[in-house]
Design a protein around this ligand. Structure first.
Ligand SMILES: [Zn+2]
Length: 124
């Protein structure tokens, strides 16, 4: 174990980013399941159902529970090249996230230009 005082600030931020994004992968899988269930029940305009529909439109393939689950388990963001958990889980696409500090500087947000997902990545 390295004591926290030996880790440079940027390394800490990077690790927080990766940990925050890793926590999103199972949530995105849950969103896929909600979306598929909503559509099966005729609720085509729930947020989750529209996310599934958007992923299918963007990538031209059906979003399935099985593939989404496999991808959620296999989601592994790389420091400096973090890719969007939603794009990955929904469609297996690697879209790089961009990071922005909030105006008051308390939170860093990760944004995806492809699907529009936003994640609070670091509490600064
Ligand atoms: Zn995305």
């Amino acid at each position: 174990m390295i004591s926290p005082t030996e880790i440079p600030v940027d390394a800490t931020r990077t690790e927080q980013r990766l940990a925050a994004l890793l926590r999103q992968a199972p949530l995105e899988f849950a969103r896929v399941v909600y979306g598929i269930n909503d559509r099966a029940a005729g609720r085509h305009h729930s947020m989750a159902a529209e996310d599934v529909a958007l992923a299918e439109r963007l990538h031209g393939m059906t979003v399935t529970r099985e593939r989404a689950e496999q991808r959620a388990r296999g989601y592994l963001p790389v420091a400096g090249h973090e890719h969007c958990p939603r794009c990955w889980v929904f469609s297996g696409t690697k879209t790089l996230l961009s990071f922005h500090d909030s105006e008051d500087g308390t939170v860093e947000t990760a944004k995806c230009r492809n699907c529009g997902a936003e994640y609070a990545s670091v509490s600064v």
